[in-house]
Design a binder for this molecule. Sequence first.
Ligand code: KG4
Ligand code: ZN
Length: 329
Amino acid sequence: MVILAIESSCDETSAAVIYNGQMRSNIVASQIIHEQHGGVVPELASRAHQQDIVRVVNAAIEEAKINKNELSAIAFTRGPGLLGSLLVGTSFAKAFALGLDIPLIEVNHMQAHVLAHFIDEPKPSFPFLCLTVSGGHTQIVLVKGPLDMEVLGETADDAVGEAFDKAAKMLGLGYPGGPKIDHHAALGNPDAFEFPISEMPSYTFSFSGVKTSLLYFIQKHGPEFVEERLNDICASYQKTLITTLLRKIRKAAKELKIKEIAIAGGVSANKGLRKALTVEAEKQKWSLYIPDFQYCTDNAGMIAMAAHFKYLAGEFTDQLVSPMPRFQL
Ligand code: KG4
Ligand code: ZN
């Protein structure tokens, strides 16, 4: 079974080849054009996908050392994501599958983030809880099987990745902000300042309050103070976000009596979060699963992994498929 997978939901054009469950290639082209605009510009994202996709797909096939005629199926991200971006990957996958006369497999991007845990060892065992934290989502997912997932709770407003990105913008750090806050936070004191932790019921998250409190903090103290104490501000703000995430996953683990815990999505690349979860896992005797950095942020490897499970389950898509920007898990 040889599957070519394509990911184009946001600002990464990516293609991967999975060969009998083994990842043979995972090529990611990140669009730098958005940096100068301080965020992803949808129109520019779709154009960049259009420009990059053939090169990226060819590179993935070449690195995998396969011939196109060996492919058993073509997989693609159907959603959630930006419509224009999704359309490029979807159309390309449909045309490629049509040309080779092989099946198509649609993949939910959030399901794929969770299934990234099955690319390398060690793999979690079912059921496990996955904290999926990205630029568009913040979810606690109960994973009962590779294709059997239930969202226990999600954010009522901003995703945690957005809370990182918007804070970075306010602090003049540019886009994408998550890695920049992460970098400054590692150099600062997390107890220097206090930002409010949202009190939401059950497994619901909220990050708009903490973001607004940072805005007021910046307005109150002024640019000189912010520049001088940048590391401490980043460390304190990041600590608030991490504490919020930890509280909810701890609650879910306790209430569901599950000790297999995983994190996924772009924010799982955050060094502070990885460290805090590792400490918590030791305390709570959890088996903790953190994906390799290359499989945290958007990549087609995770789409290929999800497609592998769908192929085994006989879940294929017909040529009438169109993207779903708000595809639910
Ligand atoms: O999963 P992803 O690549 O794309 C979406 O599906 O949204 O996640 C992107 C998000 C962005 O908000 C980015 O700032 C955040 O992941 N991110 C980080 C780090 N690396 C990426 N956030 C905090 N610390 C990081 N090191
Ligand atoms: Zn993602």
